[in-house]
Design a protein around this ligand. Structure first.
Ligand code: GDP
Ligand code: GDP
Length: 454
């Protein structure tokens, strides 16, 4: 018997333990009947059916949280994703592609008694391009005599085949040790995380109050360093201490020098804005609350959303806003902010300093959302319930099914939904809305990408 520990569905619920670090994902790939489900059940330490039959629900629950030697990770059975697809070969190579898109390590399972088939070879060919580690399990090696069959699997070009018997547990400990060795401690999207201060862009149309706000922020917090470490010439960023934390306000040189060139000013301002947003992780978008929201404002907001950056809205010049203007503004915002209803809004005045202190907590919230990852198992159980209650609308007589979902990325959070049919934009927005109700993500855009299986 294996030493795998079962982990139930509620394990590590962020609501209960205040968030857990993201887990690396192991994807299990292989032809039907090679023993993937048996192996996955062994990995998660239970034998009950993997399939959950509820009408209208994704037929298969395919992602599970696992714990081994004190390390948590997610196991994804890509075979459960679509075992009955037309065209066997295509389906296994598709699994491999899916695995490479979403996993931190891939385990290709082959039936050692059968040996490498053309389908196994096709999958191996795809997996040899993988950037992440790929392991090869030679399954159904139930006893010593079958070990010889394993050696021929070197031909797949995926390194050493690991003999295992998923059914009896034979050598599964060794395989699992190899898996843990291959899996990075943290998922790939949390690698390369920025060190040092988080990067903020202060953007908005000309005269909205960017320089004034920067002066206010730096003036109130004397610890300002106008330089990128080690540079004395033309520093472009400002390090600003807000609320006890250092932040890097990117590309502030122009602001501080108050460069106002006459010709083509708007064009350059717009290029500059785009560059600042690209360089930043989060943007403070300033709007002039005393004036109607303009096309120019909306262009800046669109840039931030399209760049996939976290965002905080600062409604500046609030000292000029009276009752009438406030009502008007509420209406304008309803129309203007359809693409980012999730952004936190703070009514500030760079002139008086009103609510300027609220910016740092809002920036933190937005960045936490931007970095947040919902574990695959949790995402799929939430989504199957949602879809069971409200299935996607039928299109040309067919009911599209969501087969599997994963949050493939953070920064910005990106969900990938694998479906058996087209999902209308309205339904995707519905999913996003409910996703936010359940998981938060205040201050960050969330992208939903749909892969339809033809
Ligand atoms: P999947 O389609 O790849 O998920 O394969 P399953 O896990 O459903 O297994 C297919 C068949 O192979 C089942 O009858 C299993 O009991 C059997 N099987 C799985 N692992 C082993 C093994 O290690 N040895 C033997 N002899 N049979 C196995
Ligand atoms: P920038 O072009 O976005 O950098 O805008 P500035 O910081 O140069 O501000 C443009 C004008 O708006 C200046 O005259 C500022 O004094 C004024 N201003 C900036 N913030 C406020 C504010 O909160 N309230 C009021 N009443 N005026 C402000």
């Amino acid at each position: 018997e294996s030493d795998w520990t079962a982990v139930d569905e509620e394990f590590g619920h962020p609501d209960e333990d205040g968030g857990q670090p993201p887990q690396p994902v192991l994807a299990v790939v292989g032809r039907p009947n090679v023993g993937k489900s048996t192996l996955v059940n062994r990995i998660i330490g239970r034998r009950e059916a993997v399939v959950q039959d509820k009408p209208g629900v994704t037929r298969d629950r395919v992602a599970y949280d696992a714990l081994w030697s004190g390390r948590r990770f997610t196991v994804v059975d890509t075979g459960g994703w679509d075992p009955k697809a037309e065209g066997l070969q295509a389906s296994v190579t598709q699994q491999a592609e899916l695995a490479m898109m979403t996993a931190d390590a891939v385990l290709l399972v082959v039936d050692a008694a059968v040996g490498a088939t053309a389908t196994d070879e096709a999958a191996a060919r795809v997996l040899r391009r993988a950037k992440q580690p790929v392991l090869l399990a030679a399954n159904k090696v139930d006893d010593e005599r079958l070990l010889a069959d394993t050696a021929s699997l070197w031909s797949l070009g995926l390194g050493e085949p690991h003999p295992v018997s998923a059914l009896h547990g034979r050598n599964s400990g060794d395989l699992l040790d190899a898996v843990l060795h291959a899996l990075p401690a943290t998922p790939r999207e949390s690698l390369g995380e920025s060190r040092g201060p988080r990067r903020v862009a202060l953007v908005g149309k000309p005269n909205v109050g960017k320089s004034s706000l920067l002066n206010r922020l730096t003036g109130e917090n004397r610890a300002v360093v106008d330089a990128v470490a080690g540079t004395t010439v033309d520093p472009v960023d400002s390090l600003v201490d807000l609320d006890g934390e250092m932040w890097r306000f990117v590309d502030t040189a122009g602001l501080r020098k108050r460069v106002k060139t006459a010709s083509g000013m708007e064009y350059y301002a717009s290029l500059r804005t785009r560059a600042a947003i690209e360089a930043a992780e989060v943007a403070i978008v300033l709007l002039d609350a005393s004036e109607p929201i303009s096309e120019q404002d909306l262009r800046v907001l669109t840039m931030v959303v399209d760049a996939g950056r976290a965002c905080v809205l600062a409604m500046n010049k609030w000292d000029l806003v009276d009752e009438d203007r406030r009502h008007q503004l509420t209406k304008e915002l309803e129309r203007g902010l359809v693409r980012l209803p999730w952004a936190e809004r703070i009514n500030v005045s760079a002139l008086t300093g009103r609510s300027v202190r609220k910016l740092a907590p809002a920036l933190r919230t937005a960045l936490t959302s931007w970095d947040q990852r919902v574990p695959t198992g949790q995402l799929n159980s939430w989504l199957s319930e949602l879809i069971a209650a409200t299935p996607p609308p039928v299109r040309s007589g067919k009911q599209p099914k969501v087969l599997f979902a994963t949050q493939a990325q953070t920064r910005p959070p990106t969900l990938v939904l694998f479906t058996s049919g087209f999902l209308e934009a309205g339904y995707r927005r519905f999913i996003e809305r409910r996703f936010r109700e359940r998981f938060g993500f205040v201050g960050s855009p969330v992208r939903i990408s749909v892969r339809v299986r033809e």
